[in-house]
Design a protein around this ligand. Structure first.
Ligand code: SAH
Ligand code: TYD
Ligand code: ZN
Length: 407
């Protein structure tokens, strides 16, 4: 068991769950590539002082987010709908009265901002990964290919003026220097402006044992309690919180400069629920590791039994999440010979560490597996509906969140 210094309050982070050496979750490998894969120790702990859950070891951002970063935010109909709805909400509620500026951190391929751009609203995307930023630019979005930090916040303010809305989806939790970034956000906000961000909710991860949310890119695992405390240290206040069903359960947090906006009742309600239900600290959280190991035993047992009966098994969705599951459970091509994924830059590659070939969706129908491990379980409704023919022909899905089951 190890400790580290809390990135929020400099208190002591005490480890409660360890996955050992892991590769980078989006570092898909070229077949035959001689390069050794970069690994780091994936372990997660909680700060005894401020309760923030975080990784014990951090990966340099440039190793994860670079020109060839493969994740595309527009890769599912469900997420396209989610971001369009949020853009419509901003246009209807926050951006009516004036010429507000919207800044998005980690805008990826422009899945949210394209609607804002289309409406003629002033905007700026900040996206360090070049290829995905290019995709956003091709849709008419103004993007800076940079990492957001306090210096960049000052540059944006100098060149574009203050922001009415700053938004970050699945991005703030990726940034170990998030606390410092909050200073930049505070100074970039226009009076009455808001910073809205959404990330996987730690309470959902515990409740569902969805340990696959724990990987290199996810440095922080937020709760309303830990976010409210972090915000206070930077002159910001948690004024609203909303539970989202996307990505296996997230919270959307709204911060404003202290005293500038009324605090919605949801904030107190969610914090009270966390007090009642979440394990209080690292000692109590150790039961999470036991739940993870039970899940691993059940999944590996199920796959081995099916394999020994001669079943043909495949995986669906070469997700970043699946990296932790495949590597921690030591599932490789002997058990799961291929994974289908719609992302062009993942196809023809091998999954990081576990080295399972990634194939285009056409291969899924052609190779007709008997059982398919649903690695993109957060998109289950969409995938199961799209693959009705597979199920109708007798194919079965294997899920592992919240429990292992075949159906
Ligand atoms: N917002 C999108 C993308 C999430 S993936 C969505 O919800 O689907 C996280 C994105 O954050 C990546 O595209 C990555 O390149 C970007 N990112 C990482 N660090 C960043 C930083 N410091 N500033 C801005 N973007 C960053
Ligand atoms: P996602 O679960 O959104 O994220 P992460 O990589 O952060 O865990 O990734 C979904 C992956 O699944 C993405 O690689 C695209 C793929 N996918 C398909 O191949 N087919 C589909 O129908 C859907 C919805 C996703
Ligand atoms: Zn702390």
């Amino acid at each position: 068991m190890t400790t580290s210094e809390c990135r929020v309050c400099a208190g002591t982070v005490v480890e409660f769950c360890d996955f050992g050496k892991q590769p980078l979750s989006n570092a898909f490998v070229r077949p035959g590539a001689p390069d050794e894969e970069y690994t780091f120790r994936l372990a997660v702990g909680a700060c005894a002082a401020c309760s923030m859950v975080q990784l014990l070891e951090e990966v340099p951002p440039e190793r994860m987010f670079h020109a060839g970063y493969p994740y595309l935010s527009s890769g599912s109909a469900g997420m396209r709908r989610h971001f369009r709805d949020f853009a419509e909400h901003l246009l209807a509620v926050e951006l009516l009265a004036d010429e507000g500026l919207v800044v998005e951190l980690g805008c990826n391929d422009g899945v949210m901002l394209h609607r804002i751009a289309e409406a003629g609203v002033r905007h700026l995307g900040v996206e360090p990964s070049r290829d995905v930023a290019e995709r956003a630019r091709a849709r008419g979005i103004d993007v800076w290919t940079e990492f957001f930090d306090t210096d960049l916040a000052a540059r944006i303010r100098a060149e574009r003026g203050p922001a009415k809305v700053i938004y970050a989806a699945n991005t703030l939790c990726h940034i170990p220097s998030a606390p410092a970034i909050l200073d930049g956000v505070r100074d970039l906000l226009a009076p009455g402006g808001i910073f809205v961000f959404e990330d996987p909710y730690f309470a959902d991860i515990v409740a569902q044992t969805s340990y696959d949310q724990i990987y290199d890119e996810h440095f922080f695992y937020f709760t309303a309690t830990s976010v409210a405390r972090m915000a206070e240290r930077h002159g910001l206040e948690l004024v609203d919180v909303e539970h989202l069903d996307v990505h296996g359960g997230e919270l959307r947090y709204t911060l404003a400069r202290t005293g500038e906006r009324p605090i919605a009742s949801a904030v107190g309600e969610v914090r009270a629920a966390e007090n009642r239900t979440l394990p209080a600290g690292p000692d109590e959280l150790r039961s999470f590791q036991a739940a993870v190991d039970t899940s691993r035993r059940e999944l590996v047992g199920t796959l081995r039994t099916l394999h020994s009966r001669g079943a043909r098994i495949a995986g669906y969705g070469a997700t970043a999440k699946s990296s932790t599951v495949l590597n921690y459970c030591e599932i490789g091509p002997a058990l799961v010979p291929f994974i289908t994924d719609s992302t062009p830059s993942k196809q023809g590659r091998l999954t990081p560490g576990s080295h399972i070939p990634v194939c285009p969706p056409s291969q899924f129908a052609a190779r007709a597996p008997d059982h398919t491990l649903l690695l993109a379980w957060n998109h289950a409704d969409e995938i199961v509906a799209n693959e009705r023919a597979y199920r109708a022909a007798g194919g079965r899905w294997i899920r592992y969140v919240p429990r292992v089951r075949v159906s």
